[in-house]
Design a protein. Structure first.
Length: 80
């Protein structure tokens, strides 16, 4: 993941079962023993089909600026 402070163990991708993009965000230095700090996926969030929508959701919860969210979106598009 490309977001400073969240880049060591956070993941994102496509959840086949939920038919949605997802993100598991773990702040650097935090344990993931009890799961990620932030989980962006159904049923806690609506189904996400577009990388841009997931990038905006990640930006909202991490506090990154618009330009960083655009970089995240481009990275997501390359991975999917």
């Amino acid at each position: 993941m490309l977001i400073d402070g969240w880049d060591h163990r956070s993941t994102w991708g496509w959840d086949v079962g939920a038919r949605s993009l997802y993100a598991q965000l773990i702040r650097n230095g935090n344990s993931d023993d009890n799961g990620p700090d932030v989980w962006i996926a159904p049923p806690t969030t609506p189904q996400i089909l577009l990388p841009e929508t997931l990038a905006k959701a990640i930006a909202r919860v991490t506090g990154v600026n618009f330009e960083t969210s655009r970089v995240v979106r481009r990275h997501l598009c390359r991975q999917l």
